[in-house]
Ligand binder design. Structure first.
Ligand code: SF4
Length: 493
């Protein structure tokens, strides 16, 4: 039986797609290679969202080629689709999938190639797919399967407690620092019925939490992410999907990936309030607290709108976790712009800030913008933001000390924490909860346990388990006090 390995770099969308690749290969009769066996096929699903991500992807390809000289190496994901010439040195040794819609057909052809005759072996008449075979020869295939050869929907999400469910792909937003519109220009969404069937399958395979994800999740059901192209500039499709997803039996938790302020409509907040299995956590990438910078970044919102939306979220939801991404040192960022970012971060009280130091991404307009300061300035600003993140995170968590939380256990057995005899998991509001093993019976991955929160510790809180929920524990969880909404017992204010 042929074997495979998959290396994944980058975001939740890439991680989801790697699971689709795994399902496809398993459906084709392949199995995952066991170390130290050299796989017949290695897929590297790359990322190129930043200069560093691109470098890491190339590093990964080099390492795989070095360690697996006899494997067929297929490079998919964002880097080959960006076509910025960053992979030119690898042409001879790897198969680059530069058109995403060829990926499924390519994998199927390769999987069948030992038993089936290639559709075509002439380079001239079959220019679409070329794959290196195990014996080192190149096989050329005619890609006749473009429309029907898609990556499959998922029935499980391996090696991870929380499952990601991609419901939207593509962006035509063209933020000035972002390469994604070049790598994923086709804006499209999964039909509600398909998403629900897939969510049900993931629950059936044991997942209690699903993270609904997309490249621009707020554009779910739309053909463009640009709001000025939408009727009334609003979109209720995501709320419709969530309303239905919440009804899936035994789906204990739904979490959303990134949204922009305008995506958080009153209707979406109503949905959060109505359904206790939607987690009170919103990730809203701010990028900068200065309108001048947001304009240069070509973001679709301004600071006033961001502030107003945060107020409205805090009015509707009970102590929500609001997390964000911030870019430090964007070209042209002045001390005053940076101060505005700090002020806004403090006034929002972000539960977590992911801070990125600006680095020019080749192929984007921002790469041509002139920096008006030394690199050390950007580094210093990042450090200040990271220090602030530590402080704001502690303050956010402090308000829950003495309260109870429900924690989804997600142990990383190889980590320092495991060696320190701690069990870890994520609360409803996504902060980490650490439990000392001496204080509890063995908790296993994917258990949901109610804990009393006692003190700040590292990047989370310490929790003492109060009761253990086994596989049927969700009934207990569903009778717990409402987690999400302030005010009335039905959760709707
Ligand atoms: S909205 Fe902007 S940052 Fe997000 S994927 Fe689209 S272009 Fe990139």
């Amino acid at each position: 039986m042929k074997t495979f390995a998959i290396n994944t770099l980058g975001c939740k969308v890439n991680q989801y797609e790697s699971q689709q690749i795994r399902e496809l290969l398993e459906q084709q009769g392949l199995r995952r290679a066991q170390s130290p066996q050299e796989p017949d096929l290695v897929v590297i699903h790359t990322c190129c969202v930043t200069h560093t991500a691109s470098a890491k992807s190339r590093q990964c390809i080099r390492k795989v080629l070095r360690q697996n000289p006899d494997s067929v190496v297929l490079v998919s994901g964002c880097l080959p689709t960006a076509q910025t010439g960053e992979l030119s040195g690898f042409d001879e040794n790897v198969h680059l999938v530069s058109n995403r819609s060829d990926l499924a057909a390519t994998l199927r052809h390769w999987a069948e190639s030992e038993t089936a005759t290639p559709v075509c072996q002439s380079a001239q008449s079959c220019p679409n797919i070329t794959i290196k075979a195990k014996n080192g020869h190149k096989i050329k295939y005619k890609n006749e399967f473009r429309s029907e050869s898609r990556l499959p929907t998922l029935t499980s999400f391996n090696e991870q407690t929380r499952a990601f469910l991609k419901v939207q792909d593509g962006c035509d937003g063209y933020c000035s620092y972002c390469i994604v519109p070049k790598t994923r220009p086709d804006v499209h969404s999964k039909r509600i019925e398909t998403a629900l069937i897939e969510a049900q399958a993931l629950v059936n395979s044991g997942h209690k939490e699903i993270v609904v994800t997309g490249v621009f999740l707020g554009a779910y059901g739309r053909e463009s992410v640009r709001r000025n192209s939408w009727p009334d500039r609003r979109n209720d499709n995501l709320a419709d999907l969530l309303d239905k997803m919440t009804q899936i039996p035994n789906l204990a938790r739904i979490r959303l990936s990134s949204l922009e302020p305008a995506d958080v409509t009153e209707r979406l907040l109503d949905t959060f309030c109505k359904h206790r299995n939607i987690m009170p956590h919103l990730h809203l990438p701010l990028q900068s607290g200065s309108d001048a910078m947001l304009r240069r970044m070509r973001r679709q919102y301004r600071v006033g709108e961001f502030r107003k939306k945060i107020e409205s979220i805090k009015t509707r939801l009970h102590k929500p976790a609001i997390t964000t991404d911030i870019i430090a040192g964007f070209p042209g960022e002045t001390d005053a712009d940076f101060e505005q970012t700090l002020d806004l971060a403090k006034s929002v009280g972000f539960a977590k800030m992911h801070v990125f130091t600006f680095s020019a991404r080749r192929g984007t307009p921002a790469a041509k913008m002139q920096a008006t300061f030394e690199k050390t300035v950007a580094t210093r600003r990042s450090r200040i933001l990271r220090d602030l993140d530590g402080e704001l995170g502690r303050q956010f968590r402090q308000q829950f000390i003495g309260e109870t939380a429900e924690v989804l256990i997600e142990n990383d057995n190889g980590s320092d924490i495991a060696r320190e005899a701690m069990t870890t998991g994520r609360s409803e509001r996504y902060f980490k909860v650490y439990m000392r093993k001496a204080e509890q019976k063995a908790l296993e991955n994917n258990d949901i346990v109610k804990v009393k929160l006692t003190e700040n510790y590292r990047d989370g809180l310490v929790g003492i388990p109060l009761q253990r929920h086994g596989p049927v524990g969700f009934e207990d969880v569903s009778r717990a006090p409402l987690r999400g909404c302030s005010g009335h017992s039905n959760g709707v204010k």
